[in-house]
Ligand binder design. Structure first.
Ligand SMILES: [Zn+2]
Length: 356
């Protein structure tokens, strides 16, 4: 199975190289077919250290981002603000090679790694900001626990009974680590702990793992931008949009809309402008969400479903391309210029991201 996946990838890369050399990239890129479409790119984190080795689906290295921006610059892609590009998409009035850049969650590394590079390139960007951890100014609990266990993966077996994990944890096993993190998070949630109390649990876990937690916290790994940083970037022109307060989409309408209301209110404390664009946390959506979003005056919502938006796309179910560490520059280029959409069946990005 793994081998056949690898083979498919090799064949695909070889085919893309042939298509590029043969001029097909250029042909599609400048076509009327592509001009009617909008490629919305989705990023999460840019590594401060080795996060891309821990979660290659969620983090890329800053050098990779630089190469992507260079591809967009050299290919003369029209990188536009989200709201403006969507209006033009539905008016069928897009310029050639239209692209929008979006970053989900609003991690601190956006502030320190991504934004300076985007600013230098002169590209507009939308950040879908989840606000609970932005105000708490502490690492996202489940993620920091998972990251620390991964960092300690060479340390043998661990007794975490004190933290609600009944069995010995074999740190070398990704499955065992994930299971232990799930148990730890459930144990903390079961006691209804506050964010600050959960942080003490994470600090205790760090002690078990021989990790300097203070240093990790100071580095801002797996933390979100705080309100001051959001304000600074918003003043500089970054577009902050909705992603729920606690990165979750309750199945009850009142709770769902409360998540959006709280998120909107907290973003507005730091950023001027309007909040009418939404991104589904973890890419998860259900049919009933669409009318709840419309009732909240939301005009667009992006998913993590792979695709390129067309004037026929439902504005509350917009596809994107989730860029990951595993994509080569050639593959990336084939997605933004549109040719990959000819070659690929619709696939859904597999993301399991729940920072709470
Ligand atoms: Zn998210």
């Amino acid at each position: 199975m793994v081998l056949s996946d690898r083979m498919r990838r090799s064949v695909r890369r070889a085919a893309l190289a042939v298509l590029k050399t043969g001029g097909a990239f250029h042909l599609v890129q400048g076509s009327d077919w592509r001009r009617r479409r909008l490629s919305i790119l989705c990023y999460h984190g840019i590594s401060l250290d080795d996060e891309h080795e821990w979660r290659p689906y969620l983090f890329i290295r800053s050098q990779q981002l630089e190469r992507r921006l260079e591809i967009l610059r050299r290919g003369k892609y029209a990188v536009q603000p989200l709201g403006e590009a969507l209006e033009r998409l539905y008016r069928n009035d897009l310029p050639e090679r239209s692209v929008v850049l979006t970053f989900d969650d609003g991690t601190y590394d956006f502030y320190s790694q991504a934004y300076p590079r985007l600013k230098q390139a002169g590209f507009p960007v939308t950040v879908y900001l989840t606000t609970y951890y932005s105000q708490l100014e502490l690492p996202v609990f489940g993620l920091i626990c998972s990251y620390m266990m991964w960092k300690a993966r060479g340390q043998g077996t661990l007794d975490l009974r004190e933290l609600g994990v009944p069995q010995a944890v074999v740190l070398d096993s990704a499955e065992a680590r994930q299971h232990a993190v799930d148990q730890l998070v459930a144990w903390a949630d079961g006691q209804d702990l506050s964010g600050a109390q959960k942080n003490e649990i994470a600090a205790r876990l760090a002690q078990f793992l021989n990790i300097d937690y203070r240093e990790l916290v100071a580095k801002r790994v797996l933390q979100l931008m705080n309100q001051r940083e959001v304000k600074q970037l918003a003043d500089d022109g970054v577009d902050f949009q909705l992603h729920t307060h606690r990165h979750r989409t309750p199945l009850n309408e009142e709770m769902f809309r409360k998540e959006i209301g709280e998120n909107r209110q907290r973003i507005s404390q730091a950023a001027t402008g309007t909040r009418r664009h939404f991104c589904y946390p973890s890419g998860a959506y259900r049919p009933e969400f669409l009318k709840w979003l419309a009732a909240e005056d939301i005009v667009s919502a992006t998913t993590c479903d792979t695709g390129i938006a067309t004037p026929q796309s439902n504005p509350l179910l917009l596809p994107r391309l989730v860029d990951t560490s595993g994509r080569s520059d050639l593959e990336f280029e084939s997605w933004v210029n549109g040719i990959a959409h000819f070659l690929s069946s619709r696939k859904r990005a597999r993301l399991a991201y729940a920072p709470d």
